[in-house]
Design a protein around this ligand. Structure first.
Ligand code: SAH
Length: 214
């Protein structure tokens, strides 16, 4: 039997092309990752609307077009070891896992850490290591990384994380405060860190320490 294409998902994939997602590996990774699996039941119908949606602990699953933009900006290759700060629902994690050899992801809320682990296991994604911690210092035992993606905003450039990049490594991170944030790309080179501002964004702030559920 041939599966009937979901019209909302079809429009969503067309939209990714419209906004400049040209990397066919990124398009394929997004197309084959079921966003509904990362959402609470009441919101599954909105999985292919291009908007951020609430998940547990007052956090959000990022807008899918932005997930695609960040993923493309990261220039992942199949041999890469990648670090993600801010697992959230695990949606972005799952996409990274399809494009990199191994993904390390850190989340500060126990409930999100648990449910992301369960969702990825249910999808059969096995090349991800999860950690419940404050991600600000990175994952020292697994460093250095080829790629780092930060999915919560820091007021300043996160230099501690740049220190965990290999030479030639790339980090994509939202930087700024409530007044405005920029999605930044940092490249670690022999001459120092090269910065590029990619696009204006709005992410939840990176918070210190572990989240304590009531
Ligand atoms: N990319 C994820 C969610 C992003 S929201 C998705 O699409 O579902 C940002 C996430 O970063 C939230 O889950 C938040 O709890 C987490 N976060 C915030 N500060 C953090 C910190 N210091 N260390 C680790 N994770 C953090």
């Amino acid at each position: 039997m041939i599966a009937r294409p979901d019209p909302a998902k079809y429009r969503f994939v067309m939209r990714l092309r419209d906004i400049g997602i040209t990397d066919s590996r990124v398009l394929a990774a997004v197309e084959t990752t079921p966003r509904e699996a990362f959402l609470p039941d009441a919101l599954k119908d909105l999985a292919y609307a291009d908007r951020p949606l609430p998940i547990a602990e007052g956090q959000t699953i990022s807008q899918p077009s932005l997930v695609a933009i960040m993923t493309q900006a990261l220039e992942l290759a199949p041999e890469h070891k990648a670090l993600e700060i801010g697992t959230g629902s695990g949606y972005q994690t799952a996409i990274l896992a399809k494009l990199a050899r191994r993904v390390f992801t850190i989340e500060r809320w126990p409930a999100l850490f648990e449910s992301a682990r369960e969702t990825l296991a249910a999808l059969g994604i096995a090349n991800v290591a999860f950690r419940l911690a404050d991600g600000y210092e990175g994952w020292i035992e697994a460093a250095p990384f080829d790629r780092i993606l930060v999915t919560a905003a820091t007021p300043e450039r996160p230099d501690a994380l740049i220190g965990s990049l290999k030479l030639g490594g790339v980090m994509v991170a939202p930087v700024g405060d409530r007044g405005g944030q920029m999605l930044m790309r940092y490249r670690r080179t022999a001459e120092g860190t090269v910065e590029e501002a990619l696009t204006a964004v709005r992410f939840v702030p990176m918070l210190p320490g572990l989240g304590k559920s009531d």
